[in-house]
Design a protein around this ligand. Sequence first.
Ligand SMILES: [Ca+2]
Length: 213
Amino acid sequence: MAGIRRRSLALALLVGFAFLAAAFAASADNDPPMADFTLNKTTASLGETLRFTDQSTDPDGTVEEWAWNFGDGGTSTAQNPTHAFMATGQFIVTLIVTDNDGTDSVQSASETIAVEVPTEVVLYSYPNPASTQATIAYVLPTGASSPVLRIFDLTGRLVRQVDLEAGQTTYAWDLTSNGGAALPNGLYFCVITAQNANGRAIKSQVFKLLIDR
Ligand SMILES: [Ca+2]
């Protein structure tokens, strides 16, 4: 009986090894897919739609699944997805592909994308303090439009509003209110709002201007 048991055990081990060897051979026979992709640009503006084009290949089969991770929480399983980044910064987009032989044959490819907002409006004014006139200088991001200058007094009251020219870089303010009255001495807050090339509202930092006659 003991001899039969040993032979059974040996047979079971042999079958087990054969099974493992076969599984290993099947696994080794499958060449993994190579993930690859292109995209239409690696620097984008906020909200701009980017197009991703799959270039993955499998040397001995076909690529059947695509798992995209855009690095901003967005994902896709489309072969050639589009994606718009709604935040600024650097994002690493990763693509993992799976071939027709199973999920363990994956390769990933990644690309870093810089998503930039055109810089905000730059605003400063000179001289400061001002006694007779202030030259309000401004720089708009490329493509920005509809700049509007607003000046508030210390209580937050809007005392002057001017539609600026997008093509200009300075505005000469004579230190008067909307009604044309000379404003009293004191501290004023200047801000310029505009629309960027994508139609999004942008604005400058608040510039503190002192009137001291
Ligand atoms: Ca394969």
